[in-house]
Design a protein around this ligand. Structure first.
Ligand code: MRU
Length: 348
């Protein structure tokens, strides 16, 4: 098993020597390997295959995709329309996380100024994401301490992977957990395994292990029971898109965690930068949920785990209604949904 220790803070997305360098998240935790991407189709495939994943990380990768398109266009003799078409294909590689489109659209206006301007804007997106994660970590930690009212280290539950691997650095929900840990205020983290692609056990557990944070991996189906037995003080998760009314798309299984938290009366905190908040989308009904290949559900490691004719149903995300969310923390502070503070009115 590869330890990330030798690498300091993980950088899932890096621009180096005219190429995009990605940590290949499909082979973790067994191997820490990088993939170098030189074409926009290569980037599109890497995003679709979850080589790079997590809403802010695919946003940053998409921003550098504009630079790749310029370099590739120069090499292949593309005209402006061909460059823009290649960028568009990267932008559409996955539909649910709004960050991908937001970050590509932010960089696009710099195309006419040339490669250096595009790269400078993409680097700014990365820097701002790390800063946002740090800030929301502090806001989220302060809020959890106040809201739980506990004067002991917390027992937390999280779903999917929201750490350095899923962002430009530090993490969103995992960033809140890291901040609490730095204050000596984490007793234990339950990391949901996150079927079918195991981002929880492969990636979150790997990051928690690196940080020296006490944790269990549990089957997703165990989460509700763990919460209702009183073994969790609060859940903290990330987001792929937060609608104006607070409805939040995140990794499939998040909704079940929120329902259990509501029943148990414990806080359910969403941590996401404002680049993940989409006030142009009114509610969760308008969020496009990515439907992935059913084989991811009925096969494991290329081996069939269901009868040959059985089809897999594989929505990659679900939508948690805003009414089940206690609060949203962004780099601007905490919106208390239970007090009616919603993105549509407070984050425009
Ligand atoms: O399919 P994935 O692994 O890209 O899904 C990731 C999630 O659902 C994360 O919780 C979300 O993107 C927030 S990452 C900071």
């Amino acid at each position: 098993m590869t330890q990330p220790a030798a690498h300091g803070e993980l950088r899932a997305v890096e621009w180096a020597a005219g190429r995009l360098r990605l940590i290949d998240q499909t082979v973790l935790p067994h191997r820490l390997e990088h993939i170098e991407i030189e074409t926009t189709e290569g980037l599109r495939d890497a995003i679709a295959a979850l080589v790079v994943r997590g809403a802010p990380a695919i946003g940053a990768a998409g921003a550098y995709g504009v630079a790749l398109a310029l370099i590739e266009g120069e090499r292949e003799g593309w005209n402006r329309e061909q460059v823009l078409a290649a960028v568009h294909r990267v932008r559409e590689a996955r539909p649910t996380a709004v960050n991908l489109a937001v970050c590509v659209d932010r960089v696009l206006p710099f195309v006419d100024e040339g490669l250096d301007a595009v790269l400078a804007e993409a680097a700014a997106i990365q820097r701002e994401d790390v800063r946002a994660n740090r800030d929301m970590g502090v806001f989220g930690a302060d809020w959890l301490i106040a809201r739980t009212g506990l004067d002991r280290p917390l027992r937390l539950l999280t779903h999917c992977n929201t750490g350095a691997l899923a962002t430009a650095g530090w993490g969103t929900a995992l960033g809140v957990i890291r901040e609490l840990h730095s204050r000596g205020l984490v007793e234990l983290v339950y990391a949901d395994e996150t079927r079918p692609l195991l981002q929880g056990s492969r990636l979150t557990a790997w990051e928690l292990d690196y940080e020296g944070i006490e944790h269990y991996v549990q089957a997703d189906a165990a989460a509700a029971g763990t919460i209702l037995r009183g073994e969790v003080d609060a859940a903290v998760v990330g987001a792929d898109r937060v609608a104006a009314n607070g409805d939040t798309a995140n990794k499939v299984g998040t909704l079940g965690v929120a329902l259990a938290c509501a029943d148990a009366g414990i806080p359910f905190l969403v941590a996401a930068p404002t680049t993940t908040v989409d006030v142009a989308t009114g509610s969760g009904d308008d969020i496009h949920i990515e439907l992935r290949d059913g084989a991811e559900v009925v096969e494991w490691g290329g081996v069939r785990t269901a009868p040959p004719a059985t089809r897999g149903h594989n929505p990659a995300f679900d939508v948690t209604p805003g009414r089940l969310i206690t609060a949203l923390v962004t780099e601007r502070g905490v919106l208390d949904f239970t007090a009616g503070e919603l993105p549509g009115t407070h984050l425009r």
